[in-house]
Design a protein around this ligand. Structure first.
Ligand SMILES: [Fe+2]
Ligand SMILES: [Fe+2]
Length: 193
């Protein structure tokens, strides 16, 4: 039974390295990929009877996304966006409270993602264990769906729309540079002795 199209899934984490024009577009592009991979987790969690190779490939794709690309997106928000919002909004207010909540929610997301990564590691090496992991997988997927639904909504409806009023065009350009820099491969050059 083919439960999903693996080829369309496996390419997504690498797209994290291709940067659209503005910081807002980049952040929203990440959100589209988060939704895609949460949906893939939902599909895989209920894919009992799928071919072991497909289970292993989907688990590997989910692992790659949540271990590599999601931390980059969270760093975009925690290390690039949040400090600038803090400077622009030192006092309380709706947007500042939402930004503080965003940082707290990242910690809760990280705990659930750690559990998801553990399950995906098991499935990558032992795809036949899907039935025995199904309950745990369902639980963590359901929790991630709920947490991300609230988290992405908060960012998209309260924080992101405020950026153009709170930050200058120069700050937006700086953010774009930082977001791009974060995705550049780190090259280590070894000089001959
Ligand atoms: Fe976030
Ligand atoms: Fe986000």
């Amino acid at each position: 039974m083919r439960f999903t199209n693996i080829s369309t899934i496996s390419s997504h984490p690498d797209e994290e390295t291709i940067a659209p024009a503005s910081p807002l577009e980049m952040l929203l592009g990440c959100h589209a990929r988060i939704r895609h991979f949460v949906q893939l987790s939902r599909t895989l969690a209920g894919a009992e009877g799928a071919a072991p190779l497909e289970v292993a490939e989907a688990a590997t794709a989910i692992f790659r996304y949540f271990s590599y690309a999601l931390p980059l997106h969270q760093a975009d928000e925690s290390d690039t966006l949040f400090p600038r919002l803090q400077n622009a909004l030192p006092q309380g207010g709706l947007v500042r409270e939402a930004a503080d909540a965003m940082i707290e929610q990242h910690k809760a997301i990280d705990e659930l993602v750690a559990e998801l990564l553990s399950i995906c590691t098991s499935l990558t090496h032992h795809p036949e264990s899907l039935p025995s992991l199904e309950r745990r997988f369902e639980y963590v997927t359901c929790a991630l769906e709920q947490v991300f639904a609230a988290h992405l909504r908060l960012e998209e409806t309260v924080i992101f729309p405020a950026l153009s009023d709170l930050l200058t065009p120069a700050q937006m350009d700086e953010m774009a540079r930082e977001i791009n820099q974060r995705r550049r491969p780190k090259l280590t050059i070894h000089f001959p002795q």
